[in-house]
Design a protein around this ligand. Structure first.
Ligand SMILES: N[C@@H](CCC(=O)N[C@@H](CS)C(=O)NCC(=O)O)C(=O)O
Length: 256
């Protein structure tokens, strides 16, 4: 893809952001990147809410022939990108084909299931500071177990695909369904799920994240280091404290 574009990605180094940067890089789509600073709640500022009224990342703004289109929600952004910039179906399948609907199924499954559940698991494992240990334990068990169950659904799917000779969630090549799930699966150990629990999923995440163009996208806006960071208790404590701080500030701001 060498066609010049005027596309800006609003993102941060988080699961939903890296799904989109890895898709843009994989398709070699030129884009501008604007990293949002969560520590100052930039994602809640009025100018950004004009782009993404939900106050979350990712979002894109694309200008084509002078016409501006804003797209929020990672699943919608991935479909926009493949519709507009993937005519050869390098990261997608032709509209109307059986694989197209399977890709949509797994994309919706991720944005409606794995993402929200794992997001809550991260909250209870890393950021919740309840005075009541029972609240913390209940939330942690509920969401980590649900995330684990969802990852087992992916493991089973990969076994079925392997029986058909494919290493990918859908069809015979990488698609946005894989990249959407990858954004979250890469954070498995962050919520205490060991990669070794799901051997095929582990191999899948290692192989896909090692594809040079995917890797380039995972390193946006900064190098992806979560796997190493999780092994370093001091670094993790510092990252959790930073996260806890902006999340509490964000909760207060959103309450108002
Ligand atoms: N359903 C949304 C979820 C977006 C989302 O929750 N993004 C997180 C990062 S992974 C975020 O922006 N958090 C900032 C906040 O909660 O203020 C999507 O798929 O785009």
């Amino acid at each position: 893809m060498t066609k010049p574009t005027d596309l800006t990605l609003y993102t941060a180094s988080v699961p939903n952001g890296i799904k989109v940067s890895s898709a843009l890089e994989y398709l070699e789509i030129p884009y501008k990147m604007r990293a949002l600073d969560f520590s100052t709640l930039e994602q809640k500022e009025p100018w950004y809410l004009e782009i993404n009224p939900n106050g979350r990342v990712p979002a894109i703004v694309d200008v084509v022939d002078g016409k501006k289109t804003s797209v929020m929600e990672s699943g919608a952004v991935l479909l926009y990108i493949t519709d507009k910039y993937d005519p050869a179906n390098k990261l997608s399948y032709p509209h109307g084909s059986a694989e197209y609907y399977e890709m949509i199924e797994w994309l919706f499954w991720q944005v409606g299931g794995l993402g929200p559940m794992q997001g809550q698991a991260s909250h209870f494992v890393r950021y919740c500071q309840s005075d009541n240990p029972e609240v913390q334990a209940y939330g942690t068990n509920r969401y980590v177990n649900e995330t684990r169950r969802l990852m087992s659904v992916l493991e089973t799917r990969l076994h079925k695909q392997a029986a058909k000779g494919s290493k990918y969630l859908v069809g015979d090549h990488l698609s946005v369904a894989d990249l959407a799930c990858l954004g979250w699966v890469l954070f498995d150990t962050y919520v205490g799920i060991e990669s070794s629990e799901f051997p095929l999923l582990n191999k899948w995440q290692d192989e896909i994240s090692a594809i040079p163009l995917v890797k380039k996208g995972l390193d946006v806006p900064k190098p992806f280091t979560i796997k190493e960071m999780v092994k370093n208790p001091e670094a993790m404590a510092a990252a959790s404290a930073t996260g806890r701080n902006w999340i509490q500030k964000g909760n207060e701001a959103e309450k108002k």
